[in-house]
Design a protein around this ligand. Structure first.
Ligand SMILES: [Zn+2]
Length: 219
């Protein structure tokens, strides 16, 4: 039986035993299969809420940590057909990193056993568009400055008009740079990846089709 079949047959939330049986590649397979179920409309609540809550009362063993954007069109659990206890989810505009986000992912992987970090950008990202337009306003200024390194080279080649192609390229750049920054700025996560305990990968969610492209940063 594949890990995905085992996962689909779970009756309660994920236990540490199942989590520790997964490789980082298995965790990625679970996310890919979850997105396929979502896409095909076969996503369903397989486990009863009361079982999930009973499991939650005993602890958690999520198989992956996802860093996504706050965008209302990219709800992380939903697009991976995931349920209570399945995923750690950090969301911040432009799915970028700072110390708090890094600390959260470190906790997810080192102390709570998650096997995979997925940085998930999305099409039509307003934060990336804001960075592309060099928007400066309030606390957004500092946030968008963290995205600037991803958009600057695209602005050089495509000009200042934020056409779709320029934003798509910037979104992909941002995902790749965030994956690299995670490894550069978190010794804990870099070592976990080096040892094979986790993988750090990046993808882009298409808000129009519901599909996740996992090829952005294969890790
Ligand atoms: Zn966004």
């Amino acid at each position: 039986m594949t890990k995905n079949q085992e996962y689909l047959e779970l009756e309660s939330s994920i236990k540490a035993e199942f989590q520790s049986s997964l490789s980082p590649a298995d965790a990625l397979d679970l996310l890919e299969a979850g997105n396929q179920r979502f896409l095909s409309g076969n996503g369903s609540k397989r486990r009863s809420q009361s079982n999930l809550l009973k499991g939650a009362a005993q602890g958690q063993a999520p198989f992956a940590a996802v860093l996504g954007c706050i965008d209302s069109r990219a709800p992380i659990e939903e697009i991976f057909d995931a349920e209570i206890g399945d995923l750690f989810v950090a969301r911040v505009a432009g799915n970028t990193v700072n110390g708090d986000i890094l600390g959260s992912i470190e906790y997810a992987c080192k102390y709570a056993g998650s096997k995979l970090v997925l940085v998930l950008g999305h099409t039509q990202c307003g934060a990336v568009k804001g960075a592309y337009a060099s928007l400066k306003d309030g606390n957004l200024t500092g946030l968008l400055e963290r995205i600037e390194p991803a958009v600057a080279p695209v602005r050089e080649t495509h000009g200042t008009d934020a056409i779709d192609e320029a934003i798509d390229l910037s979104v992909a750049n941002n995902v790749q740079l965030v994956c690299e920054r995670i490894k550069k700025e978190s010794q804990i996560l870099a070592e976990l990846e080096e040892s094979g305990a986790i993988r750090i990968v990046g993808g882009v969610y298409n808000v129009a089709t519901g599909e996740v492209d996992f090829s952005t940063y294969p890790g």
